[in-house]
Design a protein around this ligand. Structure first.
Ligand SMILES: CC(C)(COP(=O)(O)OP(=O)(O)OC[C@H]1O[C@@H](n2cnc3c(N)ncnc32)[C@H](O)[C@@H]1OP(=O)(O)O)[C@@H](O)C(=O)NCCC(=O)NCCS
Length: 225
């Protein structure tokens, strides 16, 4: 877990976003709300820019080409605009950004609530009306999506995604790369394993093993990877 930005979060200044799908639109809107500006988008696949007037560069070759012409990379923040269960990809991108001297800032929506006693790893994204409560600890590259709740003393590993409207009750532990689907509830003190997926709308009443996919109320295994 790396040092985090102050809870005010970054969003001001100049930004790069890797990913040109829906999550890029969400982050671009957040950055605009904070008075910042997106300089360029990047994506692994050939696709149009999600943002009018903002150029897109494809693949690592495109990224290298853009970086070769960029002055003062340490004054530019980069974020992985990739949602879903792709926390490991966000972590890999953050490593790429750091190798190029870019800043990996937290992006915190002005309408999100992050308690002063919570800690956020590098590149966390806390979106509108999300809540991160007292004593919660988030690893690097976590997303707490719109209206999601991470209650007191929860501990999230790296690359975790808490999808829109999901609630982790107090003292829940979540392993690296896990995703908690939209609108789910995880009861207090449970442990969700690394890379597990919780289906949308689930109520999780028991610990979930690494790599499992569970769904329903109460949540039951759908498959195991
Ligand atoms: C759980 C999930 C990952 C399963 O995806 P999948 O492996 O492609 O599963 P399928 O769609 O093939 O469905 C398999 C079975 O599980 C059931 N199922 C799928 N998702 C379910 C859910 N959330 N709750 C209850 N049952 C579910 C399906 O009805 C199907 O049942 P059947 O075999 O009786 O027909 C996915 O449905 C899901 O809920 N993803 C979370 C989405 C989300 O919140 N994204 C946030 C983006 S910001």
């Amino acid at each position: 877990m790396a040092d985090h930005e102050p809870h005010g979060g970054s969003g001001t200044g100049r930004h790069l976003l890797w990913g040109s799908a829906g999550h890029a639109l969400v982050l671009a809107a957040l950055i605009e709300r904070r008075g910042g500006r997106v300089l360029a988008l990047f994506d692994r696949c050939e696709m149009p820019s999600a943002l009018p007037g903002v150029p897109i560069f494809i693949g690592e070759a495109g990224f290298e080409r853009f970086m070769a012409g960029l002055d003062d990379p340490q004054d530019v923040s980069a974020a992985a605009a990739i949602g879903g269960a792709r926390g490991r990809d966000r972590l890999a991108l953050q490593a790429l950004f750091r190798r190029h001297g870019l800043r990996v800032a937290c992006l915190i929506h002005p309408q999100a609530s992050v308690c002063a006693t919570a800690t956020l790893g590098a590149g966390c994204q806390v979106l509108a009306q999300a809540n991160v409560a007292a004593g919660a600890r988030l690893g690097d590259a976590c997303i707490v999506n719109h209206q999601a709740n991470v209650d007191h003393e929860c501990v999230l590993g790296d690359g975790v995604h808490i999808a829109p409207g999901a609630t982790l009750c107090g003292c829940v532990t979540v392993g690296d790369g896990a995703m908690v689907g939209a609108g789910s509830v995880v009861l207090p003190r449970l442990r969700l394993g690394a890379d597990c997926v919780i289906g949308a709308g689930s109520v999780v009443t028991r610990d979930v093993p690494d790599g499992a996919c569970v769904a329903g109320n109460p949540a039951r295994p759908l498959r195991s990877s």
